[in-house]
Write a protein that binds this ligand. Structure first.
Ligand SMILES: [Fe+2]
Length: 184
């Protein structure tokens, strides 16, 4: 192999974090990944706050369900930070919103959660569309299992919302839903 070919072979591009990068993430996609990361972290804090709201009211099945959801959101956030670092990027942590701590009814709280999950799905779809547009196949492959689990989350919240709506906030019916969630 000639000397110039060897030099060519050892040429490596380094990303902002100083790690080797073979394909840099396009700016628009990078911004959107950071925004999505903030949404996952906001969901983590919001679900934690909901878990406490139920714990204060002795509805421990709902409380443990929301604590698990909160941990899941942190896990999702971690997946994105891990991915950004693997792609040689610096992780930019944005400010988080103060979680809502007061609710008029359980139904309002669950409906809010369902909408939060729907917003997360929309955000993932945007990421997917941008990565397709910029031919960032790595990001599409990374997103595939995340989109799949996001669809399950939406379905789960729709199911719980259905149960709570059916209960009509009747205390004995709510206790049955609480018992159901304690077994999840
Ligand atoms: Fe999530």
């Amino acid at each position: 192999m000639s000397k110039s070919a060897l030099n060519q072979k050892s040429k490596i591009h380094f990303g902002p974090s100083g790690r080797a990068v073979s394909h840099e993430i396009e700016n628009d996609l990078l911004d959107n990944i950071h925004q999505h990361l903030t949404m996952e972290r906001n969901a983590n804090v919001q679900y934690f706050s909901m878990s406490l709201w139920f714990q204060e009211r002795d509805l421990n099945g709902f409380s443990s369900f929301f604590l698990k959801e909160s941990k899941d959101e942190l896990e999702h956030a971690y997946k994105f930070t891990d991915y950004l670092i693997a792609r040689g990027q610096n992780v930019d942590l944005h400010e988080l919103a103060k979680p809502i701590q007061e609710w008029d009814s359980i139904q309002d709280l669950i409906a809010y959660s369902f909408n939060m999950e729907a917003d997360l799905t929309i955000s993932l779809q945007q990421l997917y569309a941008i990565s397709e547009r910029t031919s960032d196949i790595r990001t599409n492959v990374f997103l595939d299992p995340i989109v799949e689990s996001q669809i399950k989350s939406e379905d789960e919240f729709a199911h719980i919302l259905g149960k709570v709506r059916f209960s009509g906030e009747n205390p004995s019916a709510i206790l049955i839903v609480d018992e159901y969630l304690s077994r999840k």
